[in-house]
Design a protein around this ligand. Structure first.
Ligand SMILES: CC(C)(COP(=O)(O)OP(=O)(O)OC[C@H]1O[C@@H](n2cnc3c(N)ncnc32)[C@H](O)[C@@H]1OP(=O)(O)O)[C@@H](O)C(=O)NCCC(=O)NCCS
Length: 138
């Protein structure tokens, strides 16, 4: 994923159910800053005509990686696009020495919960997520 893909990614994310887009961080400038900070970790899948049909944001903090906004266009699902994006993410993380990756899933996103379970990702029941807000961001 490059900055040139961001408008198409935002359009994709807006047409995918289950994702939560934030006012402040899901704008091209903030997303471009994320890509600049985490070069080579975020990916898109395109058709032969260069239409973006799947995307994932990924970054790490030197200890753990985080996945955001994994999404596949509804008409391209169950064809392995999601799996291909996760495979693409894996290599740069490995090169960076990062072996674990967290994905945040809303508890009401039953489909995504089933998806991660299908992929045998570890569902954490020992952790609750707390968010401390330092600004007025929603
Ligand atoms: C979740 C999502 C990314 C999956 O993408 P996809 O391209 O359809 O997934 P894949 O085709 O790579 O599927 C990989 C495996 O998961 C299974 N799978 C896919 N979606 C599934 C679902 N909703 N429930 C259960 N299993 C699912 C596939 O059958 C496949 O299994 P197998 O290869 O072991 O037989 C896609 O459904 C999506 O964009 N959902 C809306 C956005 C969203 O909720 N994203 C998750 C945010 S955390």
């Amino acid at each position: 994923m490059t900055v040139a893909d961001l408008d198409a990614c935002l359009a994709l994310w807006r047409r995918c159910e289950g994702l939560v887009l934030r006012e402040a961080c899901d704008q091209p400038p903030a997303l471009a800053a994320f890509l600049e900070r985490n070069p080579g970790f975020s990916w898109v899948a395109e058709t032969e005509r260069a239409q973006v049909i799947a995307a994932v944001l990924c970054g790490h903090d030197g200890r753990r990686a985080y996945l955001y906004h994994l999404a596949v266009d509804p008409s391209w699902r169950r064809l392995g696009c999601g799996r291909a994006l996760l495979t693409a993410v894996r290599q740069p993380l490995k090169a960076a020495g990062i072996s674990r990756c967290h994905a945040f899933v809303r508890t009401d996103n039953a489909s995504a919960l089933r998806y991660w379970e299908r992929l045998q990702a570890e569902r954490r029941t020992d952790i609750q997520l707390f968010t401390v807000r330092f600004a007025d961001e929603v």
